[in-house]
Design a protein around this ligand. Sequence first.
Ligand code: FAD
Length: 361
Amino acid sequence: MWLTYLEYFSIAGTILRFQAAAEPVQQARLTSPDICCEVIQRAGIPNIYFPNDTTYPERVESYWSLTSQLTPRCFVLPRNTEEVSVLVKTLVKETQCQFAVRSGGHSSNAGANNIEDGLTIDLSLLNSTTYNPATGLASIGPGSRWLSVYRTLDPLGVGVPGGRLGAVGVGGLLTGGGCSLYLYRQGFACDSVHSFEVVLADGNIVTASSEQNSDLYKALKGGSNNFGIVTRFDMTTFRRTPIWSASLVHPESAGNAGQAHIAGIKKWIDDVENYQNSSAIVFWSYRPALKQTIIISGLADVSGTANPPILNDLLTIPGAISSTAKFTNMSDSASATQAEGYRNIWFSLTFKNDEKTLAKA
Ligand SMILES: Cc1cc2nc3c(=O)[nH]c(=O)nc-3n(C[C@H](O)[C@H](O)[C@H](O)COP(=O)(O)OP(=O)(O)OC[C@H]3O[C@@H](n4cnc5c(N)ncnc54)[C@H](O)[C@@H]3O)c2cc1C
């Protein structure tokens, strides 16, 4: 059944480029990028921003990394699912315009969430979070940032697995998989998606869940693919307990701090299968102001346990120049910021849990 969707969507990078409409094309479709935005305007879609509008530079600068700050012919900000449907239907039927889809704009890959010779569908206005106590589901708009999701759910005592930093967007993280503080207990964040509301290439609005369109449901869970534009995520929630969160900073030069961290990570990964509530992220970071490399450990436990034994080796490395630990909730935990406005490039690498490979990396 995947092929059914592949016929609708060509997977060209991460820019949605609809090539084969389901029904025969009645007339030549418009090809010049200049007309893309006009066609959308004529279809009655408001919130279209052109380079000479004051809102336009704000939209460009709202991307986290300079690498994604491209300049499309226009940004279109739909207000609801129906407008997304009209947009897609119009673009596919009447034009061959290329377009990009953006939720939180945190991906740094140029062309993933923005475009030069086309238009950008910016889902920032689809940013509500509501909770239904009867079903236990949280309905979340793709343009939401995780901080706003947590701020809505924290007071209700429920949680969903999502981004560790609050500024990250919902749409890209959930269609891409999603590593949260709850990763080992709950799986990828996309594993908690109960159903997706999706606009397909023909403009139809469908639900994808284990019951309806289950092939599309499976395909959307973490593939970063282009099978449609997700306009709502219904996520299964859990009762949230306080989160224990610790941060330690060591100069790499302090004693054998580098080797001790590598050994600590190796042991933690070996043990994680037996204790699934902890989380550890260790960064090696060169600080020009300090003229040295520092090692930052972000450690957490989501079961409400302070200093869980599984993290002991990382917690007891001598020579820390800073060390904090506290109980917190998701909103506070996600409130940390990460510098914006730089050129970023990200890679990930998966390898066997091995100290020698870690040391080389
Ligand atoms: C500072 C920082 C911290 C991060 N922390 C985490 C973390 O803790 N855990 C983690 O798992 N990841 C993390 N990430 C990575 C992050 O999840 C990805 O960059 C993700 O793509 C961001 O989501 P977004 O909505 O901002 O995506 P965008 O940049 O808006 O989009 C990313 C991709 O997804 C597509 N897309 C977006 N929305 C939709 C939609 N509704 N329907 C169809 N396709 C869509 C876009 O077309 C694009 O190709 C972090 C990134 C940064 C920069």
